[in-house]
Design a protein. Sequence first.
Length: 230
Amino acid sequence: MIGPLAAVHVDWTGSVKTGPVHALYFFKKRQYIRWDIEKEALWPDYPADIADGWPGLLDHFPGVDLCGAIHVPGWQNKIWFFFQGQDKAVGWDVATNRVDDTPTPVQTLLPCAASTGGPFAPIYVDRGDSQTVYVFRGDEYTRFTVADGSLPQKCDDGYPRKIGQGWTGGLTVAPLCGVSVNWPNRSSALKNNKLYFFLGDLYTRWDIGTHSNNYRLDIPAGWVGWPQFE
């Protein structure tokens, strides 16, 4: 399996971090890659060790793999990292570019049954006029509407739902991870706000505006230059 276990698009605006303001990251085991969303290519010198690029992140749960990551600017402007089988998430402060000292209960961030126990896939989607966080697990998914910059108290009414009913033609079971990207340098004639679900060696691209599946491909066919993680 060459696909990632966690993925996140980060807006580093206002951070002490140098480099491109927008960055796309994929994580697997002990390594990660950075994808250049302007050139649509793997950043040079990747994969790299998570311990080097994100010091202290993996120290909270040694030997445990990530199962997801989201950056919701209104949720304390942190990147929230989730670990397989753990009931706490680790925050990474975007402004200071450093890991939080104390993990946060997952139920504080995503109060639902899907985020309890086994691995789940959290995905943040910014539609421009609205923001949503989805949690996928098994054959169900839960939705949270991001409002007023505050953490949610509960999932949206009517959830959880079956994945196959809400994502017709694209998914029937939970992806390993997913990430949304608004590509800045593609033709303005096209809708370039996309959502990507990764399923082992394959990925599915979803158009956010029309909420419709575009296609399913092998990862190296759609992400040219995709590396082998150790």
